[in-house]
Design a binder for this molecule. Structure first.
Ligand code: HEC
Ligand code: HEC
Length: 316
C-alpha cells in the first residue's frame, strides 16, 4: 500500500491508468478548416424546411449541448418524442441515438435532416439550397474539392462534433494527480458509484455511451411510470426487432449529466437526485439514502468538463 502511494505520487498518470474511468483528452488531428465549416453548418437554419431550425436550436451549445426543454421542437413547432441528448462528447459513444441506430456521427446526421419533426428536408433540397450561396460554395471548395455535397456537409458537421470534447473536469484533474483537491463528497460518491455497481453500465472515458442496457433491470419502470408507453419507449427493439431489445437504450454518458435540465430518454425527471434514486431502484434493485444520493450527485457533478463553445451565446 505504502509503495503504491509513493508510486502514485511519483507518477500521477499511473493512478489514472488503474481506475475504471479515464480522463478525457482533446481530439487531435482534426482539420481546423473542416471544424470551422462544420461549426457554421451546425448553426445554419437553411438545413431545415423554411429555414426554421438548426442543429443548435435543440443542441444548445451554451446549455451544455442539449435542450433546456423536456422535448425539443423542430420545424413548425413539431414536438419530438425523445429527450435531446448532448452533442458534447458524443464522438466517444460506440453508437449514436438512444436506440443506437446510427453507427457514427457522420451517419447520424441523416436522422435530423430527414426527420419530419426535426429539419424535415431531403438531401437534394439541402444541397441545392446551400449551393445558391456563392460565398459558402467558395468556402467549401477551399476545403473539399467536390464542393457542397451531401457527403461534404456531413463530413464537416461530424468533424466539428468530433471537436466537442469537454476537458479539465475536476474529477479528471484529480484522476491525473491525486494531490489535486476534489470535494470529499465527490470522492465518496465515486466509491459508491463503484460499490453499488453504477460503473458496470456507466463506464469508460465517457462514463457511459459504450453499451446498451434495459431501462428497468430490477423493476417495471414503464409500468410504474404514470404516462402510457409509446413506440419511442421500445428503444433498441425499434432497430433490431428482437424481443430482448425492448426497453433497451444506449447507456448515456454521465459526463455532463449534472448540467442537463431533464433526464432519461423520456425526459421524465427534472432533478439529478431523483434520476439517481430511480437508477438505484430500477437498475440495481435498491433504495439508497439521501446522503448517498447526494454523494453520487457530487461525483457526477465533478465529471463535467468545459469547452469554449459553452461560453458563447447561441446564434439565434
Ligand atoms: C428538433 C430538435 C433537434 C434538431 C434540430 C437536431 N437534433 Fe440532434 N437530436 C435530437 C434528439 C431528440 C435526439 C435523440 C434522438 C434519438 O435518440 O432517436 C438527437 C440526437 C442527436 C445525436 C446523438 C447523440 C447521442 O449521444 O446519441 C447527435 C450526435 C445529434 N443529435 C446531432 C445533431 C446534428 C448534427 C443536428 C443538425 C444536423 C441535429 N442533431 C439536429 C434533437 C434534435
Ligand atoms: C444496468 C445498467 C445501469 C446501471 C447499473 C445504472 N445505470 Fe444509469 N442508466 C442506464 C440506462 C440504460 C440509462 C438510460 C435510461 C433511459 O433513458 O430510459 C441510464 C441513465 C442514467 C442517468 C440519466 C442520464 C441522462 O442523460 O438522461 C443517470 C443520471 C444515471 N443513469 C445514473 C446512474 C447511477 C448514479 C447509477 C448507480 C446508482 C446508475 N445510473 C446505474 C443504465 C444503468
Amino acid at each position: 500500500m505504502r509503495i503504491w502511494s509513493l508510486l502514485l505520487f511519483a507518477f500521477p498518470l499511473l493512478g489514472a491508468a488503474n481506475e475504471p474511468i479515464l480522463p478525457l483528452e482533446p481530439e487531435i488531428g482534426l482539420d481546423a478548416d473542416k471544424v470551422s465549416l462544420g461549426r457554421s453548418l451546425f448553426f445554419d437554419k437553411r438545413l431545415s424546411r423554411g429555414s426554421q431550425v438548426s442543429c443548435a436550436s435543440c443542441h444548445q451549445l451554451p446549455s451544455h449541448g442539449a435542450d433546456v426543454k423536456p422535448l425539443s421542437s423542430g420545424v413548425n413547432g413539431a414536438l419530438g418524442e425523445l429527450k435531446t441528448p448532448t452533442v458534447y462528447n458524443a464522438a466517444l459513444n460506440i453508437r449514436q441515438a438512444w436506440d443506437g441506430r446510427a453507427q457514427a456521427l457522420y451517419d447520424q446526421i441523416d436522422s435530423p435532416i430527414l426527420n419530419p419533426k426535426e429539419h424535415d428536408m431531403t438531401w437534394p433540397e439541402v444541397v441545392a439550397k446551400l449551393n445558391q450561396d456563392k460565398t459558402l460554395v467558395a468556402q467549401f471548395t477551399r476545403v473539399y474539392s467536390q464542393g457542397v455535397t451531401q457527403h461534404t456537409i456531413k463530413d464537416a458537421i461530424a468533424t466539428f462534433e468530433g471537436a466537442l470534447i469537454t476537458l479539465n473536469a475536476p474529477f479528471d484533474l484529480w484522476l491525473k494527480d491525486k494531490s489535486v483537491k476534489l470535494p470529499r463528497s465527490a470522492i465518496a460518491g465515486y466509491e459508491l458509484f463503484k460499490r453499488y455497481g453504477c460503473i458496470s453500465c456507466h463506464q469508460g472515458r465517457n462514463v457511459g455511451g459504450n453499451m446498451f442496457a434495459k431501462m428497468g433491470t430490477f423493476g417495471d419502470y414503464f409500468g410504474d411510470r404514470n404516462t402510457p408507453i409509446q413506440k419511442a419507449d421500445y428503444g433498441r427493439f425499434n432497430v433490431t426487432g428482437n424481443e430482448q431489445d425492448r426497453f433497451v437504450f444506449k447507456v448515456p454518458s454521465l459526463r455532463l449529466a449534472s448540467k442537463q435540465a431533464y433526464f432519461f430518454h423520456d425526459a421524465s425527471h427534472s432533478s439529478l437526485e431523483s434520476a439517481v434514486a430511480t437508477m438505484a431502484k430500477y437498475q440495481l434493485g435498491r433504495n439508497i439514502s439521501d446522503s448517498d444520493i447526494n454523494k453520487l450527485v457530487a461525483f457526477i457533478d465533478s465529471l463535467a468538463g468545459h469547452h469554449h463553445e459553452m461560453d458563447l451565446e447561441n446564434h439565434e
